[in-house]
Write a protein that binds this ligand. Structure first.
Ligand code: C5P
Length: 233
């Protein structure tokens, strides 16, 4: 089933501490953002990529994209102060139909099988997100005092991609903007607008590269995938 994807790539990456956009950092000799773009550009179901970038970085992206052989349409949108603003700007450039995915530029390890399942669930239900069961015990804490231990079996760690019918995501964003609500993911806006959201179980490898130690995990994931490919050939 066809879809379009919004990829927010306009963050400053402060927690990575590189001093510049963390998506420019290289993994296996290639900027992180291009590992992410490769996944969607090589998926025949992906009809359009909306890449949300800071205006000051658009030139860098144009130059780098000029070296690629991608055939999928890539359109730029401009980033906002918060991720939510960036995604909403991207959404305004999307075709107002079908299923729209939102996927963090900083999650290069998403796989086609998971995307396919997500699209199929979102097409039927209107809203679906990728998540994995929480492995650790999670406690609610206030001033370093434990307030409560939360029942782990009901907890899921949410990732991207998140997929929605265009109108569901657009209505949710418009409402959040009108009511000055900021959420940490798209689904929280969609839930708040009264829609139900389905979970698709993803993979623990689909990490968001946030702090410097994540780069070690990223190298390990790349190595694992390289070995798997060699075993298959
Ligand atoms: O900072 P964090 O990694 O949580 O951001 C997730 C994704 O959202 C990143 O790919 C980042 O580039 C993007 N982002 C954005 N606009 C912002 C903040 C973050 O596009 N204002």
């Amino acid at each position: 089933m066809d879809y379009q994807v919004i990829i927010p790539a306009a963050g400053s990456g402060k927690r990575m501490g590189a001093g510049y956009n963390k998506l420019f950092l290289e993994l296996a000799g290639r900027p992180i953002i291009f590992h992410t773009l490769d996944v969607f550009a090589s998926d025949p179901a992906c009809k359009k990529i909306i890449l949300v970038v800071q205006s000051a970085e658009e030139e860098w992206f144009l130059q780098q994209l000029g070296k690629e052989t991608y055939t999928t349409e890539i359109q730029f949108a401009h980033g906002g102060t918060e991720r939510q603003h960036s995604v909403y700007n991207g959404l305004k450039s999307a075709l107002p139909e079908g299923v729209v995915l939102v996927h963090d530029g900083a999650r290069p390890f998403i796989e086609h099988d998971t995307i396919g399942e997500l699209i199929s669930v979102a097409t039927k239900s209107g809203a679906a997100i990728v998540a994995v069961p929480v492995k650790d015990t999670i406690k609610k804490v206030k001033d370093l005092d434990v307030v409560e231990t939360i029942e782990r079996s009901s907890l899921w760690q949410v990732q991207t991609p998140q997929a929605f019918h265009f109108s569901v995501l657009y209505n949710a964003h418009a409402r959040a903007e009108a009511e000055h609500f900021m959420g940490t993911d798209e689904a929280s806006l969609v839930e708040r607008a009264g829609y139900s959201v389905k979970i698709v179980q993803g993979d623990y490898d689909n990490i968001k590269l946030t702090t410097p130690e994540d780069l070690y995990f990223a190298e390990a994931i790349l190595k694992k995938r390289h070995h798997k490919r060699e075993e298959r050939n």
